[in-house]
Write a protein that binds this ligand. Structure first.
Ligand code: GSH
Length: 207
């Protein structure tokens, strides 16, 4: 059975969602953030040297990195669901949005979180961080114009990966300027598999 190393209130929530969409059984190993530092506990380093979550172990194979895990799950266990075939005209859009979620969209959000701890010392950085958040979220909002999901007509693993940066944006800055992203998160929250994943994963401040 697939083992999932889940850190509370974190990116790994979306891996549970993907597994629920796929209807796969999984063994959930829960890890708790340090109450003071918010960091992952040291035992996660025994699973993978980076000590971060998510991590899955399947058939003796350890896989890290949210996008790679989602891709692994849909390619190996999806039976053609949740990802377009490489021959599909949707595949280039799928692969670029899948990588974009962690490769680009998360960076200004992480900078916003970390620089927030610097107080006034971060003031020179703030306009650039804010304009980059608007740049990236504006792009994603426009990509969703007139559609429910980011690729094709149905939910794909790219939506699952993109849900996290959109949720972080909602938490930190609100989605008033991004109505399509607000609607996207409503469609996400409506999915029974998403709700089951929340029940299994435990409290999730971004959901
Ligand atoms: N890009 C990686 C990021 C992994 C990551 O930073 N995970 C966070 C959870 S949101 C973590 O483990 N943080 C705890 C720590 O760094 O101690 C992914 O998407 O898997």
């Amino acid at each position: 059975m697939i083992q999932v190393h889940h850190l509370n209130n974190s990116r790994s929530q979306r891996v549970l969602w993907m597994l629920e969409e796929l209807g796969l059984g999984y063994d959930l190993v829960k890890h708790q953030r340090d109450a003071q530092t918010n960091l992952a506990p040291p035992e996660l380093q025994k699973v993978h040297p980076l000590g971060k979550s998510p991590v899955i172990v399947d058939d003796g194979q350890t896989v890290i990195e949210s996008g790679a895990i989602l891709e692994y799950l849909v390619r190996r266990h999806g039976k053609g669901r949740f990802a377009p075939a490489e021959s599909s005209p949707d595949w280039p859009r799928y692969v670029q949005l899948m990588h974009y979620a962690e490769g680009s969209a998360m960076l200004p959000l992480m900078l916003s979180i970390y620089s927030g701890r610097l107080g006034d010392a971060a003031a020179p950085l703030r306009p650039r961080i804010q304009s980059e958040i608007e740049n990236h979220m504006g792009y994603l909002d426009r990509e969703l114009e007139g559609r429910t999901w980011f690729v094709g007509d149905d939910l794909s693993a790219a939506d699952v990966n993109l849900s996290f940066p959109v949720q972080v944006t909602r938490l930190l800055h609100g989605l008033d300027h991004f109505p399509n992203l607000a609607r996207f998160l409503e469609s996400v929250a409506d999915r029974p598999a998403y709700q089951r994943a929340l029940e299994r994963g435990g409290p999730y401040g971004l959901g």
